[in-house]
Ligand binder design. Sequence first.
Ligand SMILES: *Cc1c(COP(=O)(O)O)cnc(C)c1O
Length: 393
Amino acid sequence: MIDLDRVRRETPGCEAFIHFDNAGASPMPEPVFRSVTGHLDAERAVGGYEAERRAKPALDSFYTGIARLLNAGPDEIAFAENATRAWDMAVYALPLKEGDRVITHGSEYASNMLAFLQLAARWGIGIDIAPSDESGQIDVAALDRLVTSRTKVIALTHVPTQGGLVNPAEEVGAIARKHGLIYVLDACQSVGQIDIDVSKIGCDILTCTGRKYLRGPRGTGFLYIGRRLAERLDPPFIDLHSAVWTGERRYDMASGARRFENYESNVAGRIGLAKAVDYSLAIGLPDIEARVSDLAATLRRELARLPGIDVHDLGDRKCGIVTFSAEGLDPFDLRSALFQRNISTSVSTAEHALLDLGRRGTGPINRASVHYFNTEQEIDRFLSAVLAVQKDL
Ligand SMILES: *Cc1c(COP(=O)(O)O)cnc(C)c1O
């Protein structure tokens, strides 16, 4: 059981504000906030280098904490400034050549699709889009049939930004293993709200950001890359942290995931994200997952009962993200009106999800995303606010 009084006390913003944009940027818990400002204080006092040396245990815990979170090894974790760069560092390092094919799905994150389109233009790779099954998740049987001898990679977004769907990551992992394919999982929206085990999922690469369900600081993220694969990949950029200059004309790559990091980074951010991971682990991912999906199921059910509201979430299995639209109400106006009532939500647009919202023809839709520190009372207040806005606008 989650100690709700405590997690709410440690989320001071939730007294005056209903945070329903946890899939956008969730507020940092107090201990995370203090670890960031504490490090900035130390930098001010003794300078950035000495502060970093003194923070070594906290910085080491970044790797061990995330390894525990994912059931991976600390040498398989790299810090990145965000999830997109983490994904790019790994994907632009893949040994793809003209005629090779990657398979992805309509729920793929926009930046990942843009990267594949750039690689299609640059290297001549082909992109196949696996169809959805009738629930809207990736159709695993169809995916299996889509694989050819040219296929090298399966890329999947575990939980899309624009809906509550949870893709069957483990089943996709079994297909990847069966065909000997590299499996890249964008777990940006799932880590921190869903209990993740990379050895069960069978992904080779996993990426995540700090600010969403992990409740870390902005400008942070990480890459998980399996040990054996990491040693085979040549990162798109290297520096004196990811490689060692061993002779005037020679260098060795750092081993493990470190070859995907760079030297200079936001040290306070790394410390903050390490703390955020510890905080999530201390609460317990199974409890977080149960509470988040319960709250979201309540929100989805009650929203669907309101007049003029459509709920848009797809998938057999759903998570903390709830998408909806209100008849006759511009989604951006609704978001602003809710914000004026001290409720944060966001809007997902078709331009950011052409293969999903674009194909469904929804136009922009509203998104409310709950976390474990939210409450049933907040859901009630949110529903009343939506009703009030429907009357006003
Ligand atoms: C937010 C998000 C990203 C990008 O994360 P950044 O840290 O902003 O780069 C990638 N994939 C999904 C599914 C996301 O929701």
